[in-house]
Design a protein around this ligand. Structure first.
Ligand SMILES: [Zn+2]
Length: 186
């Protein structure tokens, strides 16, 4: 089930989101669609998360710790989606839906901020299961029924993808590409 129509552009977005630098030149035209979504989303962040930017302070408001947390979680999960070649525009919007819900969640319970990356990964996994199928497939087990990795801890810091059948940690959330044998372009 290869659904990555536009892996390169999402990879670019993920790199930008991660602050990795080195954005490749000449993004494909389809990037505009995704960029628009992200732009609209970030407009919303500024209104809800940081407050309406006033004209008198003459500069950008700092990004709140909450938004930094959400930003990091988005970057990690997008990186794993890109690694698994399922990061088309529809899937990116699933990530945004999760981010929106988790923003609310962290606002209710700020101590849960460090759990957000693992929760977003699980939200996206659940949403993909309904619409696309299992993700991410286990790259460790060579035999038997194909199965998805799970996030552990389900509610905790430093989330990892694990194969419960083999009982192994496969990769940190955000580092699935390494476990899958390199970047999505290979
Ligand atoms: Zn496995």
């Amino acid at each position: 089930m290869e659904r990555v129509i536009d892996g390169a552009s999402v990879r670019t977005l993920a790199a930008r989101a991660a602050g990795a630098g080195g954005v490749p030149p000449g993004p494909p035209r389809s990037l505009a669609k995704i960029s628009f979504t992200l732009w609209v989303t970030s407009e919303r962040y500024f209104r809800l998360g940081v407050g309406v930017k006033s004209a008198h302070n003459g500069g950008m408001d700092p990004i709140s710790p909450l938004e930094q947390t959400l930003h990091a979680a988005r970057a990690l999960v997008l990186a794993d989606l890109v690694a698994g070649r399922v990061a088309d525009a529809d899937v990116v919007s699933l990530v945004e839906q999760s981010i929106t819900q988790r923003r609310w969640w962290v606002e209710q319970w700020p101590e849960g901020a460090q759990f957000v990356a693992g929760l977003v990964a699980q939200d996206v996994q659940d949403a993909l299961l309904e619409r696309y199928g299992r993700w991410p497939l286990c790259p460790v087990c060579g035999t038997g029924e194909p199965h998805a990795l799970d996030v552990e801890p389900e509610l905790g810091p430093d989330p990892h993808w694990v194969c419960t059948e083999a009982g192994v940690k496969v990769a940190a959330v955000g580092s699935l590409g390494e476990a899958l044998g390199g970047p999505a372009s290979s």
